[in-house]
Ligand binder design. Structure first.
Ligand SMILES: [Zn+2]
Ligand SMILES: [Zn+2]
Length: 79
């Protein structure tokens, strides 16, 4: 069985992934990157893709990622 990975992915306003280094304000450290800054965080599961709605702050996305991970664990245990 493939290992399932669940992570929190920063996204920009147009929902594209942002992997730039950012300041605590969410703006990119390098102004030349052309990045408008990340505005949301989405939980991404290797099996389900995007999980639920995007979160505006990482501290809300992390418990959602944890909850999804526990759902997988429960599903495996039920077999
Ligand atoms: Zn970016
Ligand atoms: Zn999943």
């Amino acid at each position: 069985m493939a290992r399932i990975t669940i992570r929190v992915e920063p996204r920009r306003g147009d929902n594209s992934p942002c992997s730039h280094a950012v300041k605590p304000s969410g703006k990119p450290r390098n102004p030349q990157s052309g990045c408008p800054g990340r505005t949301q965080f989405t939980v991404v599961c290797s099996e389900h893709g995007d999980v639920g709605d995007p979160h505006h702050v990482r501290v809300l996305a992390e418990p959602a990622a944890l909850a999804h991970r526990q759902e997988h664990r429960a599903a495996l245990a039920a077999r």
